[in-house]
Design a protein around this ligand. Sequence first.
Ligand SMILES: [Mn+2]
Length: 327
Amino acid sequence: MGTDLAADLAAAADLLRTATDVTLLAHVSPDADALGSALALGLALHARGAVVRVSFGFPTEVPRSLRGLDPIGLVVPAPAVPAAPSLLVALDCASEQRLGQLVDRVPATIAAGGRVLVVDHHVANTRFGTDHLIDETAPATVVLVLALLDELGAELTPQIAKCLYAGLIGDTGSFRRATPDTHATAGRLIAAGADPTEVARQLMDSHPFGWLRMVSSVLARAQLVPDAVDGRGLVLTVVSLTDLAGLEPEDADSVVDLVRTVEGAEVAAVAKEITPGHWSVSLRAVGSADVRAVAASLGGGGHRLAAGFPARGSAEDVLVLIKNAFA
Ligand SMILES: [Mn+2]
């Protein structure tokens, strides 16, 4: 850890050490890293006697796979977040726009003399707070939260370890992108009481029975376009609202992880229908293509190997749009 980062860590810990009321926000459609970070820090501050609330701008409920991270109910609905908290902590958010409908809390907090602490590991973080703990080399935001807890001298309880472990497994692709440090951190969290079997089961290996039917029809209509992406291949499919009947939107998130395993396709694309005619397209590259560039050209963003963009129209319109983008 560099000296600037060490100074930022000490400053962030000072801010939290004396706080009596803390609002922790994850990004919209929170993943295990965003919500695990917010809840781990929230649990530690709650144990120190602070009033703590955790929230996110969308959707209205905690995704099913993440519910086990909040046994004491620290999560509150977005409208229950105060207009101008005294201390706002944004976790895993590259920009304030990632807060969705809660984006107005940032300028309101600063205008009222409060502090906004940004804890994140995204390369393009816009530094929208008053205080920042940002390390783009960290594999997950939960690693920065663990450093904060150590700086605070907070106890690493089994529930806090579980939240941190969930974020680590989520952001490293179940340790596919791991360093020796990643595994050392995981070892420490397991020793503190995180149960790898339970976390994997709740996070990734648990679906309602209807998920099988959805995956079956969605995979059956997948298309392979060998000539796309300069002859390296594109595989794509769509998940419509009809496919998702009786399921939660997050049940579609695993589809891209299945589709991207196809040989002969450098890029995998899965379009998910959010509301009628409005789609969210997820892109994954195996290693040589830059899907962020394509996503950005279509109004989205992300990372070089994982990105996404919004689209409108029929399923056929969206398939044509994706094929043209990688033709
Ligand atoms: Mn993250």
